[in-house]
Write a new protein. Structure first.
Length: 474
């Protein structure tokens, strides 16, 4: 009932209502005004042609243009749907790229991260892999209790419940003792979990809050802040878990909810810089503190970050590089699967050259239409010789990659178009055998609890191929 109440009282309802009015108007026009159909149809086709030219001119991947152009074949609604998915073009970053042809993979990725994102690599004192959401919750809560300088959180979903209630109590207490406590949450991600005026409520408790891209009529829905980032003094957490009860097993949704995170102690200035960039963009009038110098260790890592600004993206390069460099094993976990042709070809090349490439997806979906696309791409991977299994205990939300028990990625990135090319994301890349072995062990344990996707009949396969055309819009 709370989600329904938030929907009708919140900022998502007016946008949904407007879209429904447009759809109803189009149907009424087609049914009740037959005499006007001919001239209106002419105007509609002219509008569709203009929208088609705008789509063709977009500076984006052909895979993202194709489904929009297919929508234009729909009578009356095609152009409106195209405009619904339209995003204002942004200026492309023209900085000179470094020579990536020499050095280890980590050093090449570090150079790329610094070039694209202006985020230098870090040196951690310790790195801890947290294979389940409950471990993430317990570790984060303990660190919050000892915070002395800052608590900065940036999450796609924040939901009232046990998890958030425990964090909030500690954050409020630390804020009263002079700790700089800030929260960024995404307005779309929290549309069903938080009331519209929640930022004001948190402000009254001493927690400064910024809301990413408030939902407004006429503003695109696609570009969201999908990051999961917690900074507590010189400690940073990132991974797949949001601040909601299903991630820690307090609420059971879709069976066992499998997620993970990584705790990085030391060398976290880049993540502080990333958080402050978003904060300043949302609240430019605030004074932005300069992050204090953090103590460093010996465990080198590269911060991963992509913004929701339409610029050049880092993570697709990393995926292709990992596929090209893996020699023995390449393990990937993702809740959603829809990959562009270039990444599909890179994974296929790795598998056919002898690398053991495996992809783990959920068995119980959280979004059935999206899962239909995930299974269609899973069948495509199987056809290409890549092993795929479904995590049968429940919903797999973890987003990890490990290669050769040497390279490791823990992040908020799904292996789908939205994460790869649209949303703001973050994570960390390591050349660290101990961490990679921890992730590989966890992956293989989950793999043993999983099963191959069920065979699909001809109709399901055909519908899957059709849905893959529209995957860039999901």
């Amino acid at each position: 009932m709370r989600k329904i109440r938030y929907f009708f009282r919140g900022r998502l309802f007016p946008c949904t209502l407007l879209f429904g009015i447009i759809a109803a108007g189009a149907v009424a026009l087609a049914i009740w005004l037959p005499r006007l159909l001919a001239p209106v149809a002419l105007v509609e086709r002219a509008l569709s042609f203009a929208v088609a030219l705008a789509v063709i001119a977009e500076d984006t991947l052909p895979e993202k243009k194709a489904p929009k152009l297919l929508l234009l074949f729909l009578p009356w609604m095609g152009a409106a749907l195209c405009l619904f998915f339209y995003e204002k073009p942004t200026e492309i970053d023209r900085r000179v790229r470094p020579d990536l042809g020499h050095g280890t993979l980590l050093l090449r990725v570090a150079a790329l991260s610094e070039s694209l994102c202006s985020l230098p690599h870090g040196r951690a004192k310790s790195v801890l892999f947290l294979p389940v959401g409950r471990r993430f919750y317990e570790s984060l809560l303990e660190d919050l209790k000892g915070a002395k300088q800052r608590i900065w959180l940036e999450f796609y979903i924040v939901a009232r419940g046990v998890f958030w209630g425990d964090l909030l109590a500690v954050m409020e207490q630390r804020a009263a003792q002079g700790v700089d406590v800030r929260l960024i949450y995404d307005d779309f991600g929290c549309a069903f979990t938080l009331p519209e005026d929640y930022a004001k409520e948190l402000g009254s408790r001493g927690i400064r809050t910024a809301v990413f891209r408030r939902l407004k009529v006429g503003r695109g829905f696609s570009r969201r802040d999908h990051r999961k980032l917690a900074i507590v003094d010189g400690i940073c957490y990132t991974g797949g878990a949001n601040l909601a009860d299903e991630y820690i097993g307090e609420a059971i949704r879709f069976g066992h909810w499998k997620d993970c995170a990584v705790r990085i102690e030391g060398g976290t200035e880049s993540f502080c810089e990333l958080f402050l960039r978003t904060w300043y963009a949302l609240r430019p009038s605030d004074g932005i503190p300069k992050p204090q110098k953090d103590t460093e260790g010996e465990r080198l890592f590269v911060p991963l970050a992509d913004g929701a600004d339409g610029g050049e993206r880092l993570f697709p390069y990393l995926l292709a590089d990992l596929a090209a460099n893996a020699r023995r094993t390449l393990y990937l976990t993702t809740p959603y699967l829809s990959l562009p042709r270039g990444i599909l070809d890179a994974l296929t090349s790795a598998a056919r050259s002898g690398t053991d490439v495996r992809v783990l997806i959920p068995h119980i979906p959280d979004k059935k239409p999206v899962f239909f696309v995930t299974r269609a791409y899973a069948r495509e991977l199987l056809r290409r010789g890549i092993a795929v299994r479904e995590y049968t205990p429940g919903f797999l939300h973890a987003k990890c990659i490990c290669a050769d028990s040497r390279y490791a990625v823990v992040s908020s990135y799904n292996l789908d178009f939205r994460s790869l090319y649209v949303q703001a994301e973050c994570g960390a890349f390591f050349e660290d055998e101990a961490l990679a072995e921890d992730i590989a062990r966890d992956f293989l344990s989950s793999w043993e609890q999983s099963a191959p996707p069920k065979r699909a009949n001809a109709l399901v396969r055909a519908l899957g191929k059709l849905c893959m055309l529209f995957a860039p819009l999901t």
